[in-house]
Design a protein around this ligand. Structure first.
Ligand SMILES: NC(=O)C1=CN([C@@H]2O[C@H](COP(=O)(O)OP(=O)(O)OC[C@H]3O[C@@H](n4cnc5c(N)ncnc54)[C@H](O)[C@@H]3O)[C@@H](O)[C@H]2O)C=CC1
Ligand SMILES: O=C(O)C(=O)COP(=O)(O)O
Length: 526
């Protein structure tokens, strides 16, 4: 039975799903060294933001097939290292959207009305009303940095509270911002005009210290900033200095450069600062959502099924996967076939999408073709996650072309491999919804289904040659399941495609190539 390690607190609903297919060990609070030490035993790792999955841990995870992040941010996982090792990284892109958005809104209101300090004051026996005169958010300007899932929900709620909305997000269209009632502006305008600024962006090299001393200097003196996205997007030292000197009015932080937050001077500031311990996703609802979402994906991957929210298989969402799955199977089979025909080192692969396939997303098809191409060399080490990287590292140039006009089949795929031992090409199509047909080998038309053991010959089209190959195979006790010849002209060159019931015994290929009229012969295992 597979083994899953859960190294952060996960709702029981997720554990129950994992337990259907695996032995689940829950070990919370492990150090990186401890995690690296035990990870070789596990097929899957399920985490939240508390575990840091470094390259060392990934390298040590020799059995690891999937890392599931029960939440959104995967900045605590070395995704590149996982991709190189063919480990799928999945998350729950939407499970905690509402929780995080509501936390940001709660922070904005709590900051405006000094709720944490007012609460502490009453609980300490005081009745002090004059120290807590707050500000209204109504008619104030909210600047939203990052108008993705969480930012959009914040926008909708803030709009309902009568706020004016600005947004900065270079990857969002003006139409989308308009729909949400936001004016899309440059970052400087947002900094200068906002009374409240809320951050909802991932942590990347570009967003690290996006809010630094220079950015804070552009903010209004009454500005309040809220960060429920990622620590390190705000330079905490610059923020502390600005708050201490009263250059901005307040800050509410849920995330920090280092977590747990250690000895930070921010803790010494009073009612203008609210600090929560990374609680954005901490609602019962969100925790059930993310646990189920990610546990289901881990279960599926352990059962050999695809994951619906893999962050390192780009462009492979569930709807696309559903639609393209038969074509991906075709691409993988043809990639495997052309790789074996080419034999040696492949330097270039041309992937030509024809007919209706030409209008489809090509990336999953190309990835599947590369997976097939590399499968002889890398066996189960190659998968949809690492096929592109493995191809790149082997110096295989990939060229994609499209020909929507090709009409022999509704959609077909043509692959050409340029290799150290020669060039080969194959074409294939789908019959009905998912039956694969090889329709062309090295430009010779054929119509054969792929089978596990196949023999291909290039020969001169002349009487008696088929009989000779048949007898030769018979003398080695190899049974032919089907046979087809493809030729362009009578008595010119031709290919013979044989499906065999058994693998070809050693040495027989040499005997076949010695038959007069046979120019070349290849065995293929699919
Ligand atoms: N505090 C907490 O517990 C939680 C934090 N988060 C964090 O919140 C953040 C946002 O999450 P979602 O809205 O779900 O992500 P999302 O991917 O839906 O949205 C992120 C948005 O940021 C934009 N963006 C990327 N780079 C940018 C840049 N340089 N400048 C401006 N905009 C940029 C993107 O275009 C996108 O629209 C993530 O960092 C996530 O990890 C999410 C859930 C809970
Ligand atoms: O989903 C995210 O990105 C979060 O930051 C939530 O973190 P958590 O799962 O609560 O440790």
């Amino acid at each position: 039975m597979a083994k899953v390690l859960v190294s952060d607190p996960i709702d029981q609903a997720g554990i129950d799903i994992l337990s259907q297919v695996a032995t689940v060990d829950i070990k919370i609070g492990l150090s990186s060294e401890e995690l690296a030490q035990i990870i070789p035993e596990y097929d899957a790792l399920m985490i939240r933001s508390g575990s840091r999955v470094t390259q060392e841990i990934i390298e040590a995870g020799t059995q690891l097939k999937i890392i599931g992040r029960a939440g959104v941010g995967v900045d605590n996982v070395d995704v590149n290292a996982a991709t190189r090792k063919g480990i799928v990284v999945v998350n729950s892109p939407e499970g905690n959207t509402i929780a995080a958005a509501e936390h940001a809104l709660a922070m904005m209101l709590a900051l405006s009305r000094y709720i944490p300090d007012a609460n502490a004051s009453v609980k300490s026996g005081k009745w002090d009303r004059k120290s807590f005169i707050g500000a209204e958010v109504y008619k104030k300007t909210l600047g939203i940095v990052g108008l993705g899932k969480i930012g959009s929900h914040v926008a909708t709620a803030a709009k309902a509270m009568g706020m004016k909305l600005l947004a900065y997000d270079p990857f969002i269209s003006t139409e989308r911002a308009d729909q949400l009632g936001c004016r899309l502006v440059e970052m400087d305008v947002l900094l200068q005009e906002s009374d409240y600024i809320t951050l909802h962006i991932p942590k990347t090299p570009e967003t690290t210290h996006l809010i630094d001393a220079a950015a804070i200097a552009k903010m209004k003196p009454n500005a309040r900033i809220i960060n429920c996205s990622r620590g390190g997007i705000i330079d905490e030292t610059a923020l502390y200095n600005a708050l201490k000197e009263g250059r901005i009015a307040g800050a509410a932080l849920d995330v920090y450069e280092t977590e747990p937050l250690g000895d930070s001077p921010l803790k010494s500031l009073e009612k203008q600062v609210i600090l929560t311990p990374h609680l954005g996703a901490s609602t019962t609802e969100a925790q059930v959502n993310v646990a189920i979402d990610v546990a289901e994906q881990i279960r599926d991957v352990l059962l050999g099924l695809p994951a619906r929210s893999a962050v390192n298989i780009p462009g492979l969402g569930p709807d696309i996967l559903e639609e393209l799955r038969p074509y991906m199977q075709l691409a993988e089979t043809l990639g495997n076939l052309v790789g074996q025909l080419a034999g040696g080192r492949v330097e270039q692969l041309v992937v030509k999408l024809q007919g209706e396939l030409a209008t489809n997303k090509s990336q999953p098809i190309v990835v599947a073709a590369l997976k097939g191409l590399l499968s002889q060399a890398l066996r189960e080490r190659v998968n949809y996650v690492n096929a592109s990287i493995e191809a790149k590292e082997r110096g295989i140039r990939v060229i994609e072309t499209r020909d929507a006009g090709e009409r022999d089949y509704a959609g077909s795929l043509h692959l050409e491999a340029k290799g150290s031992l020669g060039d080969h090409s194959v074409t294939g199509a789908l019959l009905g919804d998912s039956e694969i047909r090889i329709t062309d080998i090295d430009e010779f038309p054929v119509n054969v289904p792929p089978s596990q053991h196949m023999l291909f010959t290039l020969h001169r089209d002349m009487p008696g040659i088929i009989g000779k190959i048949g007898s030769l195979l018979g003398s080695f006790n190899v049974n032919i399941a089907s046979m087809q010849v493809g030729r362009k002209i009578v008595r010119g060159d031709a290919v013979m495609v044989l499906s065999l019931d058994d693998p070809l015994p050693d040495g027989i290929l040499d005997e076949i190539t010695k038959v007069s009229g046979i120019r070349d012969a290849y065995t293929v295992t699919l």
